[in-house]
Design a binder for this molecule. Structure first.
Ligand code: ZN
Length: 375
């Protein structure tokens, strides 16, 4: 995933709005992630053809290759500037749930418990520097429970596109998301806190108890990537395989897509996304849990959640949202006819890629007789 490069400059790290550190989680130990399950495993023809004997199937049909969001995105011409934005049209009452700024030792388990209670899918945009020996199991838990992981950068610097010279800015953004994706991988293969720390030291050559400085990430992420590759090879991930394919990212604070630094900042960010092969995910509505003086206001939080659930779209929440308000909002969605869909569904729709269940027409279009007749 990481392409080439190197450059220089200094990055100002802005304190993010994560809650104060609390005690380590008590999530149970779990088995190592051997190899990732494919994102989509549905045979698009199975339902139509499954009951028929082998000989009656279309002989020319290629082996069914299920459409994955990444395959769809990379087949589209818009990858890199492809993303989900506030201006996207959306079906009323259909929501993608996203949680930012985790993993957090106590807040993230509560969110996961509440999602499980209502069987709702969500995406967690994790901050690289929040992933450590005390939280890596939560990264595992997110995947185990069927949710999606995305990168919310390593340092949570909301001014990433204001670093300086254009090339250095792009390097900064690429490094931030690339390192977070590495930490996701390390989390998923770690068998213990000590194992996590050993891998961290091996890849980053720094004390795992300290954060990586942003300027080191910008200058060294390719070196990290090479060591990360060696690590994965040693753990049995051959042929450029990784434990997790991080496809989605979200800029801290919305970055240049929200701030007023205009088209120049967005162009640099888009350039970084193309290098990363990641899709940008913004939001249509938010819980309001970052609004000063209102973040603990139960009525404010729940009314926002209700309003934006009804209007539909990507909904921005933070792991640390007031827990009883989140519970109330999720119960309302589950019982109130709001359709909560996985991010992948919205992503493939945005780039007009056939969803796995609709893959038959495109599969037939690829057949020789179909193309020779101009169909
Ligand atoms: Zn954030």
């Amino acid at each position: 995933m990481q392409k080439s490069l190197a450059a220089a400059l200094t990055l100002v790290t802005v304190a993010c709005s994560q809650p104060p550190d609390v005690k380590a989680p008590s999530t149970p130990a779990r088995a190592t992630h051997a190899a990732p399950a494919p994102l989509q495993a549905t045979d698009p023809l199975a339902e139509l053809l499954g009951a028929q004997p082998e000989a009656t199937r279309f002989p020319l049909l290629p082996a069914a290759e299920p459409a994955s969001p990444r395959a769809c995105l990379e087949a589209s011409t818009s990858l890199g500037s492809a993303g989900l934005y506030r201006t996207d049209p959306w079906s009323k009452g259909e929501v993608v749930l996203t949680f930012d700024d985790g993993p957090h030792p106590t807040a993230t388990p509560r969110v996961l418990d509440q999602l499980a209670a209502h069987e709702l899918p969500a995406t967690f945009f994790v901050v690289g520097r929040a992933i450590n020996r005390d939280t890596y199991r939560l990264v595992q838990r997110v995947v185990d429970e069927g949710h999606t992981l995305g990168s919310h950068s390593y340092s949570h610097d909301v001014n990433m596109t204001k670093v300086g010279a254009p090339e250095a800015t792009v390097e900064t953004i690429v490094g931030q998301h690339a390192v977070t994706a590495m930490l996701i991988d390390i989390s998923l293969v770690a068998t213990s806190g000590d194992d996590f720390d050993d891998m961290f030291e091996q890849v980053f050559e720094r004390d795992p108890a300290a954060w990586l400085p942003a300027h080191k990430i910008r200058d060294s992420f390719e070196t990290y990537a090479a060591r990360h590759r060696d690590l994965l090879d040693a753990r049995g991930y051959d042929d450029d395989q990784r434990p997790y394919d991080v496809l989605y990212s979200r800029p801290p604070g919305g970055g240049p897509y929200v701030q007023t630094d205009g088209a120049a900042g967005r162009a640099l960010y888009d350039q970084a996304l193309r290098r990363l092969n990641m899709m940008n995910v913004m939001w249509h509505g938010a819980s309001g849990d970052t609004v000063p003086d209102k973040r603990s206001d139960f009525a404010f939080l729940t009314s926002n959640m209700e309003k934006y659930s009804k209007s539909g779209g990507v909904l921005l929440v933070h792991d640390y949202m007031r827990s009883d308000a989140l519970a109330h909002a999720l119960a309302d969605m589950a019982e109130g006819g709001v359709k909560v869909v996985p991010l992948a569904d919205a992503a493939v729709r945005k780039v007009a890629c056939p969803a796995p269940g609709n893959a038959l027409p495109s599969a037939l279009a690829g057949l020789p007789f179909a193309s020779s007749t101009g169909g």
